[in-house]
Write a protein that binds this ligand. Structure first.
Ligand SMILES: Cc1cc2nc3c(=O)[nH]c(=O)nc-3n(C[C@H](O)[C@H](O)[C@H](O)COP(=O)(O)OP(=O)(O)OC[C@H]3O[C@@H](n4cnc5c(N)ncnc54)[C@H](O)[C@@H]3O)c2cc1C
Length: 396
């Protein structure tokens, strides 16, 4: 991969930058962080604006409704949207970053036609029903049953930690279709409408005081067999496609956000008095830490480029996504730890204090704690790296 930008790529950047400058001021105000319906409306309004301007699913293939951007253009898109302060993918995360790409890679033509346009336009929000009580890291231990009845499956069981379930239209859901098969062989990957009779959602409070995720209960929920992606009992293979997107490319825009965070922390440190003639910036330990984190994020950005490039050639990100997920989630926590120490006593408050951006920083710091758990814990990523990249003996 040639990392230099061509004239055409610089042209893409200029065109995008100009569009962002005209589009962003027209976005409605950001809703309160606890207002999930408001956040859905905001995130999907932004997605609609991207769609109308031809930037939705910028890296999706043209046949799937995307722009078919090159890997470099995709990275330019992430850099420019972040630089302009455009909204984060938010409620569109699952649809845009892993359910849509999975349907595109493993679904039927009919499924692509039916579900991809709603994801790209922001009309449909998706959630992910993989985890269950007793089936998180050991995902294949899931027990939610789907019993075939003619052209339908009848679902019974429950899911947990389902992000955005409260406001989602569809769920990418794993169900057990053969309880007698070895656990990885009896699973199917289903598209479940969230308004199906018998499906109920109970929000869970997070450490930030918002209900980001929920429990989902299934009581004789009927789902057409046509909603299955991949063959019956072959859902584990489809799941590997989903997880590779989730770990490999879904978090890339956040690397750009973290690089911006470090620049903001440097400015904050320069402005924060520590004594009559010194600021926080005079603390060499703090500067060394900032330098170290900057180097870490530069390395992560290089890894991102490698992952995105690989994904674009094979259609699916490789196992390198686990290296990225592991390193990124831990480094992000270190960056917010530093922000916390820089804030001092203001870090005890969830609102802005004394003109400091403590509200947002404290919120992000609390949220960063979940990064080493969500989408597979650090221990599980280490197992994957050990076994599948380094070739170490398999865990028993
Ligand atoms: C913010 C957030 C959002 C989430 N959103 C979703 C969502 O939308 N949809 C969804 O389906 N799930 C979601 N999850 C769930 C997430 O995928 C699981 O929490 C995660 O896979 C870990 O599973 P668990 O919580 O059951 O922990 P467990 O599997 O019970 O693990 C507990 C501890 O044991 C360790 N451990 C377990 N097995 C091993 C092993 N073999 N080797 C070494 N250590 C091991 C783990 O690393 C962990 O430290 C979300 C989680 C969070 C935090």
């Amino acid at each position: 991969m040639d990392l230099r930008y061509t004239e055409a790529e610089e042209g893409f950047r200029a065109e995008l930058r100009a569009w962002l400058a005209s589009a962003l001021p027209t976005l409605p105000g950001k809703p309160d962080r606890a207002d999930w319906p408001g956040r859905r409306a905001y995130d999907t309004a932004w997605q609609r604006m991207l769609f109308d301007a031809g930037y939705a699913g910028v890296h999706w293939p043209v046949e799937a409704g995307g722009r078919g951007a090159t890997p470099t253009e995709h990275l330019i898109f992430l850099e420019e949207t972040e630089r302009a302060g455009a909204p984060y993918v938010g409620a569109n995360f699952v649809g845009l970053l892993h359910a849509g790409p999975t349907i595109n890679a493993a679904g039927t033509e009919e499924q692509r036609r039916r579900y991809l346009p709603g994801i790209l336009s922001g009309d449909d929000v998706w959630c992910q029903g993989f985890s269950e009580p007793g089936a998180g890291s050991d995902l294949a231990a899931l027990r939610t049953r789907a019993v075939r009845d003619g052209d339908e499956y009848v679902l019974n069981g429950s899911k947990i930690w389902t992000s955005h379930a409260e406001v989602a239209d569809y769920c990418e859901m794993l169900v057990r279709t053969d309880p007698d098969a070895p656990k990885h062989k009896g699973i199917s990957w289903l598209i479940v409408p969230m308004d199906a009779p018998g499906l109920s959602v109970r929000p869970l409070d997070t450490i930030m005081g918002t209900s980001e995720f929920a429990e989902v209960f299934l009581d004789d929920v009927r789902v057409p067999v046509a909603n299955r992606v991949g063959e019956e009992n072959d859902g584990w293979r489809v799941t590997m496609v989903t997880l590779s997107f989730e770990r490999g490319t879904a978090f890339v825009s956040e690397v750009v956000a973290c690089r911006r965070l470090l620049r903001e922390l440097a400015s904050l440190a320069r402005a924060m008095p520590r004594s009559p003639d010194a600021t926080a910036w005079d603390d060499t330990t703090l500067r060394r830490e900032l330098g170290h984190l900057t180097a870490e994020f530069e390395a992560l950005w290089a890894l991102t480029k490698w992952n995105v490039s690989k994904a674009s050639r094979s259609g699916v990100p490789g196992v390198g996504g686990s290296v990225f997920k592991l390193r990124f989630s831990e480094t992000k926590q270190k960056a917010y730890d530093l922000a916390h120490r820089l804030l001092g006593r203001a870090a005890l408050c969830v609102e802005d204090v004394a003109g400091l951006p403590s509200g947002a920083l404290v919120d992000e710091r609390l949220s960063s704690l979940s990064y080493t758990i969500a989408a597979g814990t650090s221990q599980i990523q280490r197992n994957i790296v050990g076994e599948r990249i380094l070739g170490l003996p398999k865990e028993r």
